[in-house]
Structure formats: C-alpha cells, structure tokens
Ligand binder design. Structure first.
Ligand code: SF4
Length: 103
C-alpha cells in the first residue's frame, strides 16, 4: 500500500515536470517571420493592421490570431502556437488568410 502511494506520487511529479518543461520549451519556440515561405503563402502579418486588404478581401478589421479558432495560446497571451506554423508561434495581433473566427 505504502509503496503504491509512493509510486503514484513519483509518477505525478514526473508528469507535472514533463508538462512544465514542454510549456517552457514552447514558450521559447521561434516567432513566425513574415519572410517565412508559409507565412508568405498564407499572407501572414504579425500586425493585422498591415494586412494587404486589396489582396485579402476577406480580411475585416478586428480579426486577428487572438480570436482565431486555430490560435493555441491562452486568452491574453501575446504569442501562441498555430497548426499552420508547426513548432513556431504567431502573434496574437497577427493574421493570415486561414483565419477562422473562434466560436
Ligand atoms: S490560422 Fe489563425 S491563428 Fe494561425 S496564423 Fe492564421 S489567423 Fe493566426
């Protein structure tokens, strides 16, 4: 009994620290550059106010990564992950043509 409780505690600590480490590693993930080929293909801008509205007619003011369904950061995070850019972070104030309003 005693040893299974001990095993449980050790396992819990292991899981918690692995989670903390992966969050830390992600916080250090590089920011997407506008010169990145995927960024260029999707028309990503780190500042949504600079989106080329002639080229991306679907863009509407108020749309940004922070209110896109693909944004993986928490509310209020300045940067967060996005499946369009694996292993990188996009700006909450950014935008790309894959934008999809969060429900
Ligand atoms: S898919 Fe959404 S979160 Fe990702 S870069 Fe485009 S607008 Fe931003």
């Amino acid at each position: 009994m005693r040893s299974s409780r001990r095993t449980f505690l050790i396992t819990s600590i292991g899981v918690a620290s692995t989670f903390a480490l992966s969050r830390q590693a992600f916080a250090d993930a590089p920011k997407v550059a506008e010169t990145d080929p995927t960024a260029q293909a999707l028309g990503y801008r780190a500042d949504a106010s600079t989106v080329d509205k002639a080229k991306f007619a679907k863009f509407a003011p108020g749309q940004d990564c922070g209110n896109c369904s693909f944004f993986q950061g928490k509310a209020g995070d300045a940067f967060g992950g996005c499946p369009m850019f694996p292993g990188k972070q996009v700006s909450a104030k950014g935008w790309c043509s894959a934008y999809n309003k969060k429900a």
